[in-house]
Design a protein around this ligand. Structure first.
Ligand code: PLP
Length: 457
């Protein structure tokens, strides 16, 4: 029996009876009932009532090639018929992860040429944490194992992902984090720059917090620094241009590995294949997932730089780590087909030269001037709108986060899916968006802001 045999009400009741959702207040969900999305095509999703909604979040930052790509379904179908599964443990492999690894090495930033697979971004960050600590142990420095991260970072929801992340609410529920991970300030000028401090100087000061943490621990005790090139779930926080080059300089000075979490920024979102290229830095590890398959299959790839990978080979010894679905043949087949689409349609270049700049201009010209908007910002097709009560003083509405939820609810009611996190509205659309889609989104967001203003005043 398919879902078409059920009414919306029935599906909501079954959902409430049996389905625990991620990051959800279940009491609230039971009262409201879930929104049930039943199909999607191109840039649109459709709910069980047939309502067409423009998806400003690419699902959850992942559907970069848009919905309805038969090519990806065909790739999965062919692979499932030929070989649905075999593992890559015990010196075995299957063709699609082999070919995908070479393909990723071709598009990865300079010096990054090996791949370790998982099924999610969280798993890939677990791998990254284990791997950098293993690396230093192989180098005869097992005590060099502290990881420096940032407050408000999001690195996933497993125990390691939560520990690496800097979300207070998540840490409070963790009941004990992975030891020896510390968090320094995030590079978010709108809230943290001092009066009169330039963006450039603020970026250097935020990078200095990384240096201070290394010096405080002693460089002989610090394995790595991890960061999202642009903080995503924390509110699309775009660092000043001075930040990443300075962080890289500091990491090199103290022989600390640089780990980037590109689960959101990887595969074209910034207008480069990887944000490492956007910021001109050469990390030692790059965590990727989401848009690797455009969300059509669960797959993550930890891209590993030559320094770490070569050490695994030279020193030998088993790395006691891996997942049943590491290098899953179907997921890897879909990833290969997905990367083909991104390349063939020139989506990365289009974000860089056309839609990214148009998106930035549209946000500035059509959203930034609204009374409720303190700041808009974007890189490529990744943007944020800060909701404030007072533009001049940056005063927020109380309780914190409530105003953004009001705007979001009006946006969704107006057929525009976007996300609210704290007092920030987030946009991360499929890379297939055109200038027309951006116009449509701005129109709907502007209307949602107007409606929210009436509610909030
Ligand atoms: N890292 C970053 C930067 C993310 O944004 C996310 C998810 O949004 C993750 C890791 C975790 O990925 P997953 O939800 O696939 O475990």
């Amino acid at each position: 029996m398919t879902y078409q045999n059920y009414s919306l009400k029935q599906l909501q009741q079954i959902d409430a009876a049996h389905h625990l959702h991620p990051f959800t207040d279940h009491k609230e969900l039971r009262e409201i009932g879930s929104r049930i999305i039943t199909r999607a095509d191109g840039p649109f999703i459709y709910d069980s009532e047939g309502t067409e909604i423009l998806d400003g979040m690419a699902g959850l930052w992942c559907v970069n090639v848009g919905y309805g790509r038969n090519e990806l379904a065909d790739a999965a179908y062919r692979q499932m018929k030929e070989l649905p599964y075999y593992n890559s443990f015990f010196k075995c492999s299957t063709p699609t992860p082999v070919l995908l690894s070479r393909r990723l090495a071709e598009i990865a930033p300079k010096g990054v040429s090996q791949v370790f697979y998982g099924s999610s971004g969280s798993e890939a960050n677990d791998t990254a944490l284990r791997l950098v600590r293993h690396y230093w142990a192989l180098m005869g420095k097992p005590e060099k194992n502290r990881i420096i991260s940032r407050k408000n970072a999001y690195h996933g929801s497993t125990v390691a992902g939560t520990s690496l992340g800097g979300m207070d609410a998540m840490h409070k529920q963790l009941g004990g984090a992975v030891p020896n991970i510390v968090h320094v300030m995030m590079p978010y000028a709108y809230e943290l720059a001092l009066p009169g401090e330039s963006d450039h100087d603020f970026g250097l000061r935020a990078a200095k917090a990384v240096e201070d943490a290394i010096v405080e621990a002693g460089q002989e005790n610090v394995a790595a620094f991890i960061g999202e090139p642009i903080m995503g779930a924390g509110g699309v926080k775009i660092p000043p241009a001075s930040y990443w080059p300075e962080v890289q300089r500091i990491c090199r000075k103290y022989d600390v590995l640089l780990m980037l979490d590109e689960v959101i920024t990887g595969y074209g979102r910034t207008g480069e294949w990887f944000a490492a290229d956007y910021y001109g830095i050469q990390p030692d590890t790059i965590t990727t997932a989401k848009a690797l398959t455009s969300g059509y299959q669960p797959l993550s790839a930890l891209l590993v730089g030559e320094r770490v990978a070569a050490t695994l080979v030279e020193k030998g010894g088993e790395f006691y780590h891996g997942y049943t679905y590491s290098g899953h043949p179907v997921a890897c087949a879909v990833a290969l087909a997905n990367l083909d689409i991104i390349a063939r349609e020139g989506l990365v270049e289009r974000v860089k030269t056309d839609t990214g700049p148009y998106f930035a201009k549209a946000l500035q010209e059509r959203i930034a001037g609204h009374d409720l908007v303190g700041e808009v910002r974007s890189v490529g097709l990744m943007g944020a709108i800060e909701i404030v009560k007072d533009k001049a003083t940056k005063e927020r509405f109380l309780p914190a986060g409530s105003a953004a939820v009001t705007v979001r609810d009006h946006a969704i009611a107006n057929n525009m899916m976007l996300r609210a996190t704290g007092d920030t509205m987030i946009l991360s659309p499929p890379l297939i968006w055109t200038r027309d889609t951006i116009d449509m989104a701005c129109e709907r967001i502007a209307k949602a802001l107007d409606l929210a203003k009436n509610d909030l005043r």
